[in-house]
Ligand binder design. Structure first.
Ligand SMILES: Cc1ncc(COP(=O)(O)O)c(C=O)c1O
Length: 374
């Protein structure tokens, strides 16, 4: 029955695209520039204490779906505080950013809806488009004119424009104001996946919507993960109250999924409160990203110019990317190794996370290792 898997594995191996799991010890001595812990909060004492307290008080799991027993007072507090911080009317917390994206696209779009989706969008948005069962137009990357053209040619009564705020591979930002103007000109709404913008962009890290001055608009919905800057796990949808009310009654990944675990809710709340008390963290992440990118570019590498906390460097081919990442690890530096299908254009890359808590020495060390192992 599964004999065909051996053939598929051989094809993957030959293309350098086999993926392997690595269990990391709690005290891994390497410098971590592979994670999405943009603000360095995952192990911050205030965050881990909030997670532990929540688990002790509410239990190991949420006990049920959000509509049955899975909504604790903590979930409600997190939704209120996230909406307030990011500048939206209301928020709804999900078990992941992935399920939040599926929820928005399937509940707000259907066979009568055109979805205009940026060519480099995250896999979870692409899957949401597929599940929505409407027509999908793939817009050229970061190109409001392409969005306008797709919307102008539509026959469907409703339309959504969908984009990542900061693209996960190169860390470049979407032209959100241009996209919203294009959407408005054609009676469409804008959906922003702010997974890589929350905690990094906008005043104090309030996100890409706040940075672009469009958060809280009646035709703007944002999603985000709680697993990157907020150092926890889970996802959120932010938007007008009537959108959030609709999701509660219509989004299958909300209704048929167990609520986010109390420890994760506690950690996210702890991180959010820390971010509000110490708003400089977002700017630190951006500063570190630019320092890192400058060092790599000055040394002649093909590094991205980051708008967020991600810097990527192009590799020659998938095997080279794997060898390069392994060599970095051998020198004490963990970096991400992105190969197809995790890159939008087929070009493999090393991906480095510019954590807000990196020192100047650590940035110099990381750049030195990436260069010397090239
Ligand atoms: C742009 C983007 N959207 C959504 C997700 C999914 O979030 P989660 O990991 O919480 O499911 C990710 C990555 O994890 C992402 O990078």
């Amino acid at each position: 029955m599964f004999d065909w898997l051996d053939g598929a594995a051989a094809v993957r191996d030959a293309a350098g695209l086999t993926r392997r799991l690595r269990s990391r010890p709690a005290d891994d001595p390497v410098l971590d520039l592979a994670s999405n812990d943009y603000l360095g909060l995952t192990r911050h004492p205030a965050v881990t204490a909030a997670a532990a307290e929540a688990a002790l008080r509410w239990g190991g799991g949420a006990t049920g779906s959000r509509l049955v027993t899975g909504t604790t007072e903590q979930h409600t507090a997190l939704e209120r505080e996230l909406a307030e911080f990011c500048g939206y009317q209301a928020a709804l917390v999900f078990s992941s950013g992935y399920t939040a994206n599926l929820a928005v696209l399937t509940a707000l779009a259907g066979p009568d809806t055109l979805i205009v989706s940026d060519a480099h969008n995250h896999a979870s948005l692409i899957d949401g488009c597929r599940l929505a069962r409407g027509r999908v137009a793939r817009a050229a990357h970061c190109d409001p004119a392409s969005v306008r053209a797709a919307l102008a040619a539509r026959a469907e009564p409703r339309a959504l424009v969908v984009t990542d705020s900061v693209f996960s591979v190169d860390g470049n930002a979407a032209p959100l104001a241009g996209h919203l103007a294009a959407a408005r000109a054609h009676g469409a709404a804008l959906v922003i996946d702010d997974a890589h913008g929350l905690g990094v962009l906008g005043p104090g890290g309030a996100g890409a919507g706040a940075a672009a001055g469009i958060a809280g608009q009646p035709d703007v919905v944002a999603t985000a993960t709680l697993s990157k800057s907020l150092g926890s796990q889970g996802g959120v949808v932010l938007g007008p109250e009537r959108v959030i009310r609709h999701l509660v009654s219509a989004a299958r990944t909300f209704i048929f999924d167990t609520g986010l675990a109390p420890a994760a809710v506690g950690a996210a709340l702890g991180a959010l409160r820390l971010l509000r008390a110490e708003p400089g963290r977002a700017a630190d992440a951006l500063r570190v990203a630019r320092e890192l990118a400058d060092r790599l570019t000055d040394a002649g590498l093909d590094a991205s110019a980051p708008d967020g906390a991600v810097v990527s460097v192009r590799a020659d081919d998938p095997e080279h990317a794997v060898r390069w990442a392994a060599a970095c690890r051998g020198e004490g530096l963990a970096v991400g190794c992105f190969r197809p299908p995790s890159v939008p254009d087929g070009v493999p890359r090393l991906r480095l996370t510019a954590r807000a808590d990196l020192t100047a020495e650590q940035v110099a060390f990381a750049a030195g290792v990436v260069l010397k192992t090239r």
